[in-house]
Design a protein around this ligand. Structure first.
Ligand SMILES: *Cc1c(COP(=O)(O)O)cnc(C)c1O
Length: 356
């Protein structure tokens, strides 16, 4: 069997959730959209079910998968419903929905529901992706408040640049939120992972941590809280072939690596079709049987190559970690023109194996 696999440490996931929730000081929805950033939404939600206040997903398909797996905690649809037809399902499965656009307010007005739905009314405080514009927010809130089939209304917004700790934009968005929601009763929710970690003034009743739950920092720089996160995923495979090359010989597609010295090349059964970044550069860190090593040559679809010259003890069958306990995912990110988000949610084809 192909040895590529992602080990998922559910104890680490719980540890990171507790850290995130404690930091926010209120409650926290564990964001498990995109199959829990590649970690498997059902297994991750089940592991958090006893302690999480609820979960957040991108769409009703993701929410129903959690319900079908027996997850009973609140589940929030972060983009709300895509079509008014979903409202019946939202009530039937006891989901919470974001409302981010005027048409969604109108759809709720037109659609009587058998029991009240909890709404998270999203303000566009400056990201300009989705959300109700500030001048229209109060009117949207009041129209929803007047509906008997709308239960609690949580005021929410989302930050565009919270990962840039010296950028004034987050504080400006916060001011916009405070002004647009002034005097409206009810709870608030603002923070994603970078805001929770970097912007204490944005903490509110509900946090929405995603990335940090999986043990990866949203910041490029060192940070005392992110140092306490534990990596949840370890992506690994094995060496399946070894080549000895004289100096001057190339390795792989495009000859992107040319041996400068006699080089022992290890071929690892894992490639970009498994989610490893295709454009990781020569020298991207890996761990070879627990020892620091490096990627050489261009990553192929199903294989990649590493330098075994200084690892004489390693050979066919050696375990190679691409990221996880020994190689922080952030290091793979720093060497491959991608983001931690895309790195994690791009993992596919490999078997997910759970412990904890
Ligand atoms: C994805 C998402 C989050 C989680 O963001 P992280 O940066 O992964 O913590 C929070 N809120 C909304 C609206 C999102 O779409």
């Amino acid at each position: 069997m192909r040895p590529a696999r992602a080990l998922i440490d559910l104890d680490a996931l719980r540890h990171n959730y507790r850290l995130a929730r404690g930091l926010g000081g209120g409650r926290a929805l564990a964001v498990v959209k995109a199959d829990a950033y590649g970690h498997g939404a059902v297994r991750c939600a089940a592991a958090l079910q006893d302690e999480a206040d609820g979960f957040a997903v991108a769409c009703i398909e993701e929410a129903l998968a959690l319900r079908e797996a027996g997850i009973r905690k609140p589940v929030l649809l972060l983009e709300g419903f895509f079509d008014a037809d979903e409202l019946a399902l939202i009530v039937q499965h006891d989901l919470w929905t974001v409302v981010h656009a005027p048409w969604q307010v109108e759809a709720l007005e037109r659609t009587p529901l058998p029991s009240p739905v909890q709404v998270w009314l999203k303000l566009d405080s400056g990201m300009h992706r989705v959300g109700i514009d500030a001048p229209a927010y109060r009117d949207a809130w009041q129209r929803l408040r007047a509906l008997p089939h709308v239960g609690d209304i949580v005021k929410m917004s989302h930050f565009a640049r919270a990962d840039e700790l010296d950028c004034p934009r987050t504080a400006e968005q916060l001011d916009t939120f405070a002004a647009a929601t002034a005097g409206l009763p009810g709870e608030s929710s603002l923070c994603n992972s970078p805001a929770l970690l970097g912007w204490p003034q944005a903490r509110a009743d509900w946090a929405r941590p995603g990335l940090m739950l999986y043990g990866v920092s949203p910041f490029p720089q060192a940070h005392d809280v992110t140092a306490q996160l534990r990596p949840v995923m370890t992506l690994e495979s094995k060496v399946i072939a070894v080549r000895d090359l004289p100096a001057g010989e190339p390795v792989g597609y495009g000859a992107r690596f040319v041996a400068e010295r006699p080089t022992r090349v290890g071929v690892v059964a894992l490639g970009y079709a498994d989610g490893y970044p295709q454009f990781a550069v020569n020298g991207t860190p890996v761990a070879i049987d627990g020892h620091p090593g490096r990627l050489i040559g261009r990553v192929s679809m199903d294989m990649l190559t590493i330098d075994l010259t200084d690892h004489p003890q390693a050979g066919v069958g050696s375990r190679v970690e691409l990221w996880g306990d020994q190689v922080p995912a952030a290091q793979a990110v720093a060497h491959s023109q991608t983001s931690a988000y895309r790195l994690l949610c791009g993992v596919k084809r490999v078997a997910l194996q759970y412990r904890g």
